[in-house]
Design a protein around this ligand. Structure first.
Ligand code: SF4
Length: 321
C-alpha cells in the first residue's frame, strides 16, 4: 500500500506547485491497457472556457458528434458510433450542460450549448510512480510503450529509491527521473525528460508473445483524440478518488497543504481505504464514514470549478411537451 500513499503525496505536491489539473490512474493507450499513475495537464488559452462548461468530463463521442451549435438535430442522426454509446454520450452531454435538448413530435433533438474549447489544455505530462526501484514489476515495458506511442509531451518516473546507473540503463533515455520525498516533494531531478512528439505518428505494442510483439501504428489524429480524452478525464476525475473510511481510527491527513487525505491513526500512516479498510482489518472500529469534502478541497486548491455557470440557454426540457 506504500504505492498508494506515495501517489497521494506526488499528486498533492504537484498540485501545490501548479496551476493546472492533476489526476491519477488514467487510461493512456489506444488499443492496450496502459494506465498512467499520475497525469499533469497544463492549462491552454481556453482553460477558463472549459472551467465554465462543466465540472465533469465531456464525453468524447459527444465532442466528435455532428451535433452543432446551430439548429437542433435528431440525436440519432449525429453519431457514427454504436447506438448505445451514442445514447449514453447524449445523456451525459445533456447532464453536463454541453448539449441542450428539446422534444419534437416525441423525438429528442439536441444542439451544443457552446462550441467545445479544443485549446483548453496544453502539455500533458505522464508520471509513473515506482517508489521502490528494487521492485520494478513491468516498469520498463510500460515506459517503452509510453515513449513509442508518444501521446504525452513528456513522461517522468517518480521514485523514492536512490537511482543508480544500472537503474537508468533500464529506463528509456527519453523518460525523466525524479527522486521524490513524500514530505518534501521533488528532492532531486536525476534526469530531465526529453520532449516526445505527440503530433507525429506513434507505435503502440498491442500484444506480446514470447517470440514477437504485435504493434499498431497510431496516427496523429488518433493521438490527438487520445490526448483530449486523457485531458477530459483528468479534468472530471482529479486525484481525490478514494472513499472516506467508516472507522473510528480514520482521520483526515495532510500532505503539502492538501487536506482530507485518508490517514489511519492505528497504522500510523496513510491508507488506501478501498484496499485496506473494512471489517477484515484488525484495527477496524465501526463508526460513521469520515467527514471528507473532497470536491470542496479540490475547488479550494486548484483552478477546477466545482459549480460552473455553464452555457445552457435554458434548462433541458425533456418534459416540455
Ligand atoms: S479500517 Fe483499519 S486501516 Fe482503515 S482506518 Fe480503520 S484501522 Fe485503519
Amino acid at each position: 500500500m506504500r504505492e498508494f500513499a506515495f501517489e497521494l503525496a506526488v499528486c498533492a505536491h504537484l498540485e501545490a506547485d501548479f496551476d493546472g489539473v492533476v489526476s491519477r490512474q488514467l487510461g493512456a493507450s489506444l488499443a492496450g491497457t496502459r494506465v498512467m499513475d499520475v497525469v499533469r495537464v497544463e492549462p491552454g488559452p481556453e482553460f477558463e472556457d472549459r472551467t465554465r462548461l462543466t465540472a465533469g468530463t465531456v464525453p468524447d463521442a459527444a465532442i466528435e458528434s455532428r451535433v452543432g451549435v446551430g439548429e437542433a438535430r435528431y440525436w440519432k442522426d449525429c453519431f457514427d458510433c454504436h447506438p448505445e454509446r451514442a445514447r449514453e454520450a447524449t445523456d451525459r452531454a445533456v447532464e453536463t450542460g454541453f448539449f441542450e435538448s428539446e422534444r419534437r413530435h416525441g423525438r429528442e433533438y439536441v444542439r451544443r450549448a457552446v462550441r467545445y474549447p479544443e485549446h483548453w489544455f496544453g502539455e500533458l505530462v505522464g508520471i509513473e510512480n515506482k517508489p521502490d526501484l528494487g521492485n520494478p514489476g513491468d516498469l520498463e515495458r510500460q515506459l517503452r510503450t509510453d515513449v513509442s506511442l508518444g501521446a504525452f509531451d513528456a513522461v517522468v518516473l517518480a521514485t523514492a529509491s536512490h537511482v543508480t546507473g544500472a537503474h537508468l540503463h533500464r529506463i528509456p533515455d527519453e523518460v525523466g527521473v525524479w527522486r521524490f520525498d513524500q514530505e518534501n516533494g521533488i528532492d532531486e531531478v536525476v534526469r530531465e525528460p526529453t520532449p516526445l512528439a505527440p503530433d507525429e505518428p506513434g507505435v503502440e505494442p498491442v500484444g506480446r508473445e514470447p517470440t514477437r510483439t504485435e504493434i499498431r501504428t497510431a496516427s496523429p489524429v488518433e493521438k490527438a483524440r487520445l490526448r483530449r480524452r486523457i485531458a477530459e478525464r483528468a479534468y472530471g476525475k482529479g486525484w481525490r478518488t478514494y472513499d472516506a473510511p467508516a472507522c473510528a481510527n480514520a482521520a483526515a491527513g495532510e500532505y503539502a497543504g492538501a487536506r482530507d487525505l485518508p490517514f489511519c491513526e492505528w497504522k500510523g500512516r496513510f491508507v488506501h481505504p478501498a484496499a485496506e479498510c473494512g471489517v477484515d482489518c484488525p484495527g477496524h472500529a465501526a463508526a460513521d464514514p469520515l467527514d471528507l469534502d473532497l470536491d470542496a478541497e479540490r475547488d479550494r486548491r486548484t483552478p477546477w470549478v466545482r459549480d460552473p455557470a455553464g452555457y445552457r440557454r435554458r434548462q433541458a426540457g425533456l418534459d416540455r411537451f
